[in-house]
Design a protein around this ligand. Structure first.
Ligand code: AMP
Ligand code: ZN
Length: 470
């Protein structure tokens, strides 16, 4: 498999350190709010990467942190802890909101068929691991104590800025909000490993340490958690492109200074989901969530398809129109699969041929849009339905679009609808649609109430109004 490596700035043949197991680390969410669908684009593409590696014969062990401490509202170590801000907003404790938004994150992941990593570790659970690394960095002269905090001294490195092919825009995003000068820093890029002094005295979570009672910086948690579960070297480290600097740059600086050797071979960065008016951001307050998509009648897997249709190294622009197109394509795809008959045995030779296209799409730097095209190619191929179904089941191990499951559900629904078709109800639903189109909302509401009284519930979807008896 060829993968683009942000560290070397080129596509490289992927070779794991140990052939039997790929060690993969993922920066997890900061759990002070719901994940937005931009965050989830990153997790969808990382999920596809993990599944593609497994599919191609490289079994993966994957670790993810949950950031529940130390991520300040500016990535340049200034501002308030995001978790504290979130707790105050909701009049809850930091641990309460951490639990709530961690659960919400995994509920969203489940709806999007994102597999839970093998190990999920909240940052607050590994403070002793960070203290051990920071102590060694102090002993080796890579860290210094100033103004109550411990800083990493970037001037001690031959090369600090390793991901130097990102454009100015990405760098600006990396630094994010409100950068303030910290007079304790010896060099502009130095970063905090351990805080005891913060402008915000009400920091709720604190631990004892050789440098006083305080809390870890954000970057050290990923180095500590990765090494705790995956050891001293790592095959792939993943994250959104905004994490490349300063977060991943700092992870490399402290990990390699601590270990005394190279730490991670491949860096996989997913580019951003943007809206027409810019980057989607949790801290802006208003953002799109999976629940919102559902409320508007979208199947979360239509969003997954939307993400798969574009390459992970391109920015993706979200608009309702674009999502409508993906939702329409998903519905048509499922309908096509539902029309296949499963009689007979698949033709193994033909199946292997169909798989070849799919495999070469994955091998080409995880080209998911070509992998989706391979699904359509299989449907069009001059092979038996059983062979088509076998190919789709095989591809769906990576794509996770529930292709066969949804097709089966559609077939069952169609049978049910055929039995329960009702011209009177269909007529009323059509009359309501006409009223809505004419902006006669009073009439539309009246018809909805009339149907409700008849025990019929309506759901408006981008593909039209659906009804069912309740
Ligand atoms: P956070 O919860 O802010 O720590 O971010 C979780 C993940 O989402 C990180 O890997 C980020 O790099 C990524 N991310 C943040 N914003 C976006 C976006 N607009 N599009 C794609 N990924 C994003
Ligand atoms: Zn991280």
């Amino acid at each position: 498999m060829y993968l683009y490596n942000s560290l070397t700035h080129k596509k490289e043949l992927f070779q794991p350190i140990q052939p039997g197991q790929v060690k993969m680390y993922t920066c997890g969410p900061t759990v002070y709010h719901y994940a937005h669908i931009g965050n989830l684009r990153t997790y969808i593409m990382e999920d596809v990467l993990e599944k593609a590696l497994n599919y191609l014969g490289y079994p993966v062990k994957r670790v993810m942190n949950i950031t529940d401490v130390g991520h300040l509202s500016s990535d340049a170590d200034t501002g308030e802890d995001k978790m504290l801000k979130g707790a105050r907003r909701e009049h809850k404790t930091v641990m309460e909101i951490a639990q709530f938004y961690t659960d919400a994150f995994f509920a969203d992941c489940e709806k999007l068929n994102i597999k839970r990593p093998d190990i999920v570790q909240p940052a607050t659970g590994c403070v002793n691991d960070y203290i051990k690394i920071i102590s060694t960095l102090m002993d080796k002269g890579y860290a210094y104590f100033a103004g109550g905090n411990v800083y990493f001294d970037t001037s001690k490195l031959e090369k600090y800025y390793v991901f130097n092919d990102h454009d100015q825009e990405d760098l600006a995003v990396g630094v994010r909000e409100g950068v303030e000068e910290d007079p304790n820093k010896r060099n502009k890029n130095d970063f905090v490993l351990w805080f005891t002094k913060s402008k915000f005295e009400d920091q709720a979570l604190k631990w004892d340490s050789p440098w006083g009672v305080g809390y870890p910086g954000w970057h050290i948690e990923c180095s500590g958690i990765s090494m705790k579960y995956l050891g001293e070297d790592l095959d792939i480290h993943c994250g959104g492109i905004d994490n490349a600097f300063p977060h991943h740059t700092n992870e490399i600086a402290q990990s390699e200074s601590y270990l005394g050797h190279k730490w991670c071979n491949y860096w996989f960065h997913v580019h951003h989901l943007n809206t027409d008016d810019g980057k989607m951001s949790k801290s802006k307050g208003e953002f799109l969530t999976v629940s919102l998509l559902e409320q508007k009648g979208y199947d979360p897997l239509a969003y997954r398809l939307f993400c798969l249709q574009s390459h992970y190294r391109r920015n993706l622009v979200f608009s309702w129109e674009n999502l409508d197109n993906a939702a329409g394509a998903y519905e048509k795809l499922i309908a096509k699969i539902a029309a296949l008959t499963s009689d007979g045995e698949p033709d193994q030779a033909a199946l292997e041929k169909l798989k070849e296209r799919f495999v070469s799409a994955l091998n080409a730097d995880l080209n998911t849009s070509l992998a989706v095209t391979a699904v359509y190619d299989a449907l069009k191929a001059p092979v038996s339905d059983a062979t088509k179904l076998a190919a789709l089941a095989d591809f769906d191990q990576v794509l996770s679009l529930d292709l066969l499951k949804k097709a089966e559900a559609l077939r069952n629904n169609q049978t049910q609808e055929a039995v329960s078709a009702d011209p009177e109800i269909d007529g009323l639903v059509a009359a309501r649609t006409t009223a809505k189109k004419a902006k006669d909302f009073a009439e539309a509401d009246r018809i909805r109430d009339q149907l409700k009284a008849m025990g019929v519930e309506l759901t408006d979807t981008p593909q039209g109004t659906k009804w069912r008896r309740v």
